[in-house]
Write a protein that binds this ligand. Structure first.
Ligand SMILES: [Zn+2]
Ligand SMILES: [Zn+2]
Ligand SMILES: [Zn+2]
Length: 272
């Protein structure tokens, strides 16, 4: 399974819109891996997680054929993960797309936002099919199996993580979330994970209620080791960084290298 990190920033991006903080200034000077767009990943060509407002940029940069996507899994409805207005670009009159519908999976709030946007644009006309998901209920995608898991993120909606099996490999998509809830640990603890994606929005800031910081990532890794969830060769990657943490890509690498955790950057591709 090929995992492509399309974007690796939290809501504001890095450098952030309108921001003159020290990190944003440095990121502008240095560019490269310090430029981060809003978070999404693509699994092979056909399963995408979230649809952020930078999707057009991701397509330009990586030469993607987005019409090969058959399934989009949504974690939650925050605007850095869902920009339904650009999904409308697949409708007749805006794109010569293939006939197959893209299957869209999400919680009730995510689907309501998508439906409202679609209805304001004459409806989806066979281009998308919406599926409401519930935590811990298995989803059969053509080339993969996915299970949504409860996150600890926004108390106003049922935010989800995803456990995914594809090509004989298992992956945990771990954000947005603060410390992973106990019921999700109870579901996960007997699983063996080949690839784990965790957020580290907060860096070294002392906060981990609705997002993770470095300490929360390391505790999550330790708990996975304790439960025997990580095999030799399993990888952990951190992503979804905020400029508020004031950490350059090289700073993050310095923090995580001793723990054998990889720091994602925009456009990074990992063969799992
Ligand atoms: Zn986010
Ligand atoms: Zn900033
Ligand atoms: Zn969020």
């Amino acid at each position: 399974m090929k995992v492509r990190f399309l974007g690796t920033a939290a809501f504001e991006g890095i450098p952030a819109l309108f921001c003159g903080c020290e990190l944003c200034k440095k990121a502008k000077q240095l560019g490269g891996k310090n430029f981060r767009t809003r978070t999404s990943v693509l699994l092979d060509d056909d399963v995408k997680i979230d649809f952020p407002p930078d999707t057009l940029t991701h397509m330009f940069r990586d030469g993607l054929d987005l019409d090969k996507v058959k399934h989009i899994l949504f974690t939650h409805s925050h605007s850095d993960h869902l920009y339904a207005e650009d999904m409308v670009a697949r409708f007749p009159g805006y794109a010569k797309s293939e006939d197959h519908p893209i299957h869209v999976y999400g919680n009730d709030m995510t689907l309501a936002k998508i439906r409202q946007t679609f209805e304001a644009n004459q409806g989806e006309r066979g281009k998308f099919q919406l599926h409401r998901v519930r935590a811990y209920e298995r989803l059969e995608l053509q080339t993969a199996m996915a299970v949504p898991l409860l996150a600890a993120h926004d108390p106003n909606e049922t935010c989800l993580l995803y456990y995914i099996e594809k090509d004989g490999k298992s992956l945990l998509y771990g954000h947005d979330t603060g410390t992973i809830p106990e019921e999700t640990w109870a579901w996960l603890k007997n699983k063996k994970l080949d690839f784990v994606i965790l957020e580290c929005t907060m860096g070294n800031i002392d906060y981990r209620k609705t997002h993770m910081n470095v300490e929360a990532v390391l505790e999550t890794q330790a708990r996975m080791q304790e439960y025997g969830m990580l095999k030799p060769g399993s990888q952990i990657v951190v992503t979804h960084f905020s400029h508020n943490a004031q950490l350059l890509h090289s700073d993050l690498e310095e923090i995580f290298a001793p723990h054998s955790i990889t720091v994602a950057y925009d456009g990074m591709v990992v063969e799992v």
